[in-house]
Write a protein that binds this ligand. Structure first.
Ligand SMILES: *Cc1c(COP(=O)(O)O)cnc(C)c1O
Length: 379
C-alpha cells in the first residue's frame, strides 16, 4: 500500500470518497504470478476490476484477458488497433478468452466475426454456438470441487466430468473444435487441494478423450481463485505455486498449454479506499460512525464478494469498538458492527486496504450517491 501520508495528501487534493489504484502493485502481482508459475500464461479476469487503466498496465506487462461480456471484450479488443495483420490474427486467441459459459444469441452473433475462443458447459450452448458463432474455438468448462472457497461457483457452472467426453464428441460431430478444458475452484481458495483435484479431473478427461480418438485438447485453463493475502492465515502464493507446478508437470506433457484467469490476486492488494466521517451518534452505548462510502459503493464486496474489509484511521489514539455505516438510507449499508477505531470527529478520514477486487467494479449510484472518484498512482 502507498504511504499513509500519500493517501492523506491524495484525499486532501481529490476529496473523498476516493479509490486509489497503485500500478506498481498491479505490476508486482503480475510479475510474482509469472515468477512462481512460469509455465502459465496469465489471462486477467477483467470482472475483478475493469478499470481501463488497470487493463492497460497489465497489457503492457504481457498479460492476456478473460472477459465475460461484449463490453469487457471490447475493452481489451481495442489494443488490436496498434497491431499489424499477422499479429491481429494471433491477438484474438492469445490475448482474449471469452470465459462466460452462457452467452446470449446476439452476443454469439457479434463474437463470431472475431473467431474467438469461448467456453461452454452444456449441450444447448453447443447448438447455440454452432448456429450463431460457428467460427469460435471452444473450451469446455468442467465442474470441480469448490470446497472452502470464499466465493463458490460450482453450483452455477461446469459440466459434469462424467458427461464431458460425450459433450466434446457432440461438438466435434457438429464440426466445432474443442480446444481445451477449463475450471474454476472458487474465488479466494485457501484450500489448495481444490486445484490438485481439478487438475486430476482435467487430466482424466484428456486421457479418456484421447483414448476415444479425440486428440485436439491442447489447453488446460486452471481458472482463477488464487487467494489474495487479506490476512496472515492465507498461505503464501509461492506455496500454492509449488504444488501447482509439480502437479501440472506430472499430469500434462508440454503439448498442453496451461493458462490461468487470476482476477483477485492481481488487483486486490493494489487499491485502497479513503472515506470521511460524515456523521456520528451513540446508540445503545455504542459509537456509530457514518462515512461517505458504503456497501452500495466501494464496499460492495461485503455483499457480493462475501469479503470483510478492515477500516483504519489516520488518527492515532486508544481504540474502541464501534459500528460503521455507509451514507445511504438503507440499514443494509453497514460496513461493520464491530470495528476498532480511535475516537473520530466529523471530517476525519478512514482507509481500507486490499480493496481492489470486486469492489468499485460493482459500485452503484444508489440513493443518488456516485461511485468513489479514482486516482491512479505509479502508472
Ligand atoms: C471470476 C472468474 C475468474 C476470476 O476469479 P478470481 O477468484 O478473482 O481469481 C476467473 N475465471 C472465471 C471464469 C471467472 O468467472
Amino acid at each position: 500500500m502507498a504511504k499513509l501520508s500519500t493517501l492523506e495528501n491524495l484525499a486532501d487534493t481529490h476529496g473523498t470518497p476516493l479509490f486509489i489504484v497503485d500500478h506498481d502493485i498491479v505490476r508486482k502481482n503480475y510479475r510474482d504470478f509469472k515468477k512462481y508459475l512460469p509455465r502459465v500464461q496469465v489471462f486477467y479476469a477483467v470482472k475483478a476490476n475493469s478499470d481501463p487503466e488497470i487493463i492497460k498496465t497489465l497489457y503492457e506487462q504481457g498479460s492476456s484477458f478473460d472477459v465475460a461480456s461484449m463490453n469487457e471484450f471490447l475493452l481489451v479488443h481495442k489494443y488490436i488497433e496498434d497491431l499489424d495483420d499477422d499479429a491481429r490474427q494471433k491477438f484474438i486467441w492469445e490475448k482474449i478468452i471469452y470465459a462466460n459459459p452462457i452467452k446470449d444469441r446476439g452476443t454469439l452473433r457479434e463474437l463470431d466475426k472475431y473467431k474467438p475462443l469461448v467456453t461452454f458447459d452444456n449441450m444447448d450452448e453447443i447448438y447455440k454456438i454452432k448456429e450463431f458463432a460457428p467460427n469460435a474455438g471452444l473450451v469446455l468448462r468442467i465442474k470441480v470441487p469448490n470446497t472452502g472457497a470464499m466465493v463458490e461457483l460450482s453450483s452455477k457452472f461446469g459440466a459434469d466430468p462424467g458427461t464431458s467426453v460425450e459433450m466434446i464428441e457432440t461438438a466435434h460431430s457438429l464440426g466445432l473444435v474443442v480446444e481445451g478444458l477449463s475450471f474454476h475452484v472458487g474465488s479466494q481458495t485457501t484450500n489448495f487441494e481444490n486445484y490438485i483435484q481439478a487438475l486430476n479431473i482435467a487430466a482424466g478427461i484428456i486421457a479418456e478423450a484421447r483414448m476415444k480418438g479425440y486428440e485436439k485438447l491442447k489447453i488446460v485453463d486452471i481458472g482463477g481463485g488464487f487467494p489474495a493475502p487479506y490476512d496472515t492465515n492465507v498461505e503464501p502464493f509461492r506455496e500454492l505455486a509449488k504444488k501447482l507446478n509439480s502437479e501440472i508437470d506430472r499430469l500434462f506433457d508440454d503439448k498442453i498449454e496451461i493458462i490461468a484467469e487470476p482476477g483477485r490476486f492481481l488487483v486486490a492488494t493494489a487499491c485502497t479506499a479513503v472515506a470521511s466521517v460524515i456523521g456520528r451518534a451513540d446508540r445503545d452505548e455504542k459509537r456509530c460512525y457514518y462515512i461517505n462510502d458504503g456497501v452500495y459503493h466501494t464496499f460492495s464486496g461485503i455483499i457480493f464478494d462475501h469479503c470483510k474489509y478492515r477500516l483504519q484511521a489516520f488518527k492515532t489514539g486508544p481504540k474502541e469498538i464501534c459500528a460503521v455505516f455507509g451514507p445511504t438510507c438503507d440499514a443494509l449499508d453497514t460496513i461493520s458492527l464491530a470495528e476498532e477505531l480511535p475516537d473520530l470527529d466529523i471530517g476525519d478520514m478512514v482507509y481500507s486496504e486490499n480493496i481492489g477486487a470486486y469492489s468499485r467494479a460493482s459500485s452503484t449510484w444508489f440513493n443518488g450517491f456516485p461511485p468513489a472518484a479514482i486516482v491512479h498512482i505509479n502508472q
